[in-house]
Design a protein around this ligand. Structure first.
Ligand code: GLU
Length: 440
């Protein structure tokens, strides 16, 4: 007997942006389909006419593409399948499984008869789940305006699309008895169900869908790499079999099995996502990283001319080791691209407003001006000379310069930074601070 081919679906309702929890659901469906050589269907459940928007649909497609979750079939839109649901509704009325029910305010709807329906669900992850009988009331399947309710459209489509495994959030467990009863009325074998435990917010608590930082787009804008986010999401509820944390997509596909899914909720952990993103950033070539950074620089109003590409690569290399995300580069390295950066008030107070600062800056400026060529070695020798002449420690020279050139006390290596800034920029910025020191 040939084994049935796996067919799974991701079925978002386009009522908002793609939430992290939904992205993980999509990812697990995708991984399962790819591992099994099956089919991944995308179905847009847009029958809620008030809350569904085109913008949300576009954002879902964007997010899926950005995450690299390509689908094999669809997108199907439930709003284009209304005839199918009506036909099925009529069939159920004909067989006695459903009946017309008139409400004075809401008009005539079609309700499904739940009597005699089973009250337990066999879940591949959780085993048998029993429901209390209060859930087995008759329910509306077609509203008076001819639109289907979620449970009905979902069951009709899972049936017609020959879905073999429904992998979705456990917020849908309570819908499952209704969907199973509908399959019974269709005279069809239901799919297998896998209900994924929620992702809890950091610090506990159920994740709210309205939480801003919980959307895929938010992480994209903050400069997380889609490969890193996918890797991170995969591990939020799936154990790949041994303690490996960084896995390529192919490795995830090779290892993905339903029995590796966790039964308990997982906890979102931003520090771990940042660590993972940093690891992916470090693994990139500086060339690739620079290409990814250009849109972030542009967004901040910074254009780097093609003729300065080599220089850009050097700046990028200076930061590559320490970046947690791409947008951080723009914050940390902004001073490389423009004189228009903020001075950290604490650094101004602590470093520039010290008695020795003015003399140090003047003496350093003259010493740097006199150099033929800037290299880390000759800058170091030069500035150690300044410290000696002024009888101050080397830090007393390095810190005011660092603040004058970068706006703060934390930056990459001072000498490397100075070499990449160049003599002209250094002298201009030191002059600016000397001139303004009494006004700072
Ligand atoms: N449209 C439902 C949702 O976004 C899908 C539920 C399901 O996968 O059956 O929650």
């Amino acid at each position: 007997m040939s084994q049935e081919t796996v067919r799974v679906r991701f079925a978002p309702s386009p009522t908002g942006f793609l939430h992290i929890g939904n992205a993980r659901t999509a990812l697990y469906n995708w991984l399962f389909a790819r591992h099994e050589g099956g089919t991944f269907v995308l179905r847009i459940e847009d029958t809620d006419r008030v809350r569904s928007t085109q913008e949300a649909i576009d954002k879902i497609f964007d997010a899926m593409k950005w995450l690299g979750l390509d689908w094999d079939e669809g997108p199907y839109f439930q709003s284009e399948r209304l005839e199918i649901y009506r036909t099925y509704g009529q069939k159920l009325v004909g067989s006695g499984a459903a009946y017309e029910s008139t409400d004075e305010e809401k008009g005539t709807a079609i309700k499904f008869r739940m009597e005699g329906a089973a009250t337990s669900v066999e879940d591949l992850l959780h085993g048998r789940i029993n429901f209390d009988s209060s859930l087995i009331e008759d329910f509306v399947i077609l509203k008076s305006d001819g639109f289907p309710t979620y449970n009905f459209a979902c069951a009709v489509d899972d049936h017609l699309m020959k879905i073999t495994h429904v992998i979705r959030g456990d917020d849908h467990i309570s819908n499952t008895p209704k969907q199973l009863a509908l399959f019974g009325a269709f005279g069809a074998e239901p799919p297998k169900y896998v209900h994924l435990p929620m992702i809890h917010k950091e610090g506990g608590g159920k994740e709210s869908k309205r939480e801003g930082a919980q959307f895929v787009g938010t992480y994209r804008e903050a400069g997380f790499l889609s490969d890193a986010l996918v890797n991170f999401l995969a591990l939020l509820g799936w154990y790949p079999g041994e303690d490996v944390e960084i896995l390529s997509r192919q490795e995830m596909i090779d290892r993905f099995r339903l029995d590796g899914l966790g039964k308990t909720p997982s906890q979102f952990n931003l520090a771990k996502l940042e660590w993972m993103n940093g690891a992916y950033i470090r693994a990139m070539s500086p060339e690739d990283l620079a290409t990814r950074l250009v849109p972030f620089l542009r967004e901040a109003g910074i254009e780097v001319d093609e003729s300065r590409r080599d220089w850009l690569l050097q700046v990028v290399t200076l930061y590559q080791e320490r970046l947690k995300n791409l947008s951080e580069f723009v914050e940390k390295a902004r001073f490389f691209f423009t004189d228009d950066f903020e001075f950290d008030p604490a650094a101004v107070e602590k470093v520039l407003k010290k008695d020795s600062a003015l003399a140090v800056l003047k003496e350093s400026r003259a010493a740097i001006e006199a150099l033929d060529e800037l290299t880390p070695e000759c800058l170091e020798a030069d500035l150690r000379g300044v410290a000696e002449r002024l009888s101050v420690g080397f830090k007393k020279v390095a810190q005011p310069l660092r603040v004058a050139l970068t706006g703060g006390t934390a930056s990459a290596g001072l000498f490397e930074t100075m070499v990449l800034l160049g003599k002209e920029t250094i002298t201009r910025r030191v002059d600016r601070v000397i001139e303004k020191l009494d006004q700072l």
